[in-house]
Design a protein around this ligand. Structure first.
Ligand SMILES: NC(=O)c1ccc[n+]([C@@H]2O[C@H](COP(=O)([O-])OP(=O)(O)OC[C@H]3O[C@@H](n4cnc5c(N)ncnc54)[C@H](O)[C@@H]3O)[C@@H](O)[C@H]2O)c1
Length: 264
């Protein structure tokens, strides 16, 4: 058990990638603080971890709400004693037609909502949790879930791409600032990870997924467990010399230009 005696807090852990990360920590012996804005899905993930023989407790939290973040993080500390790993996974994503908009069509409200959750949420969580790590002299781990969208521009996702690029830089600044305390801060940058759709898969979505796959050398879409494995690697004690780094988990999608033939 790689995380026996450790406490991991995962945001957005109610479903999909966040749930896979939380369950992977639970399976490796960590006590898991399952945090999500959606209480029933958070409860469900905690229930699954416990059914698998692990330890977990669910909290409902909007990571963009500063006073709620302070309150819930201190509740997690009271419940589990301290926090060794924080995974900032909660995010708004561009998956529905109302959130896929070109920059010229993007409302101020959508722009602000994405930055509030994807950037400010990670800032608030990291600030509160790292204060606890420092106070309790824990050589902690913070892992931010960014995206290849932080490096590779995508039409119709300017608000998302820019929020993830900001989170990537936040990762590096915080890594410098927390290094003297023995706390590492890294990013895991997923490519296209297949997660269940809430509604029917539209023709446009299908076309996008097929086009995306053509640029993935490994020739399959990613799975939530692919992301979980990279997160746990960075959260391990042995990864103490890795900080300010980003690991792409994208099947090689951003390694180069797969559409080019052999050099001639
Ligand atoms: N799925 C992909 O292809 C993909 C690709 C690149 C990056 N990512 C990143 O991986 C992470 C997880 O992606 P996913 O596909 O599982 O997303 P998802 O939308 O399926 O799940 C996100 C979870 O975050 C929760 N959440 C949303 N707003 C919140 C808030 N304000 N406070 C607390 N919780 C909140 C949601 O309730 C949900 O449970 C995100 O950071 C996303 O940007 C995903």
């Amino acid at each position: 058990m790689r995380f026996a005696g450790k406490v991991a807090l995962v945001t957005g852990a109610g479903k999909n990638i966040g749930a896979a990360i939380a369950r992977a920590f639970g399976a490796e012996g960590a006590a898991v603080a399952v945090v999500d804005i959606d209480s029933s899905s958070a409860e469900e993930t905690a229930r699954k971890i416990k059914a698998d023989g692990g330890s977990a407790f669910a909290w409902t939290l909007d990571v963009g709400d500063a006073s709620a973040v302070a309150e819930i993080v201190s509740q997690v500390q009271r419940h589990f004693g301290t926090i060794h790993s924080l995974v900032n996974n909660a995010a708004l994503v561009t998956r529905t037609s109302d959130t896929i908009t070109t920059i010229l069509e993007t409302s101020e409200e959508i722009w602000d909502q994405f930055f509030r959750v994807n950037v400010k949420g990670a800032f608030l969580m990291s600030r509160e949790v790292s204060r606890i790590m420092i106070r309790s002299e824990v050589r902690g781990r913070i892992v931010n879930i960014t995206s290849v969208a932080a490096e590779s521009a995508r039409i119709g996702a300017g608000h998302y791409c820019c929020s993830k690029a900001a989170l990537a830089m936040f990762t590096r600044v915080l890594a410098l600032e927390l290094a003297p305390h023995g706390i590492t801060v890294n990013a895991v940058s997923p490519g296209f990870i297949q997660v269940p759709q809430s509604g029917p898969v539209t023709a446009a979505r299908k076309e996008y997924m097929e086009a995306f796959l053509k640029g993935v050398p490994v020739n399959r879409h990613g799975r939530p467990e692919d992301i979980a494995r990279a997160v746990l690697f960075l959260a391990e004690e042995g990864s103490e010399y890795i900080t300010g780094e980003s690991i792409r988990v994208d099947g090689g999608a951003l390694a180069g230009r797969t559409f080019l033939p052999k050099s001639a």
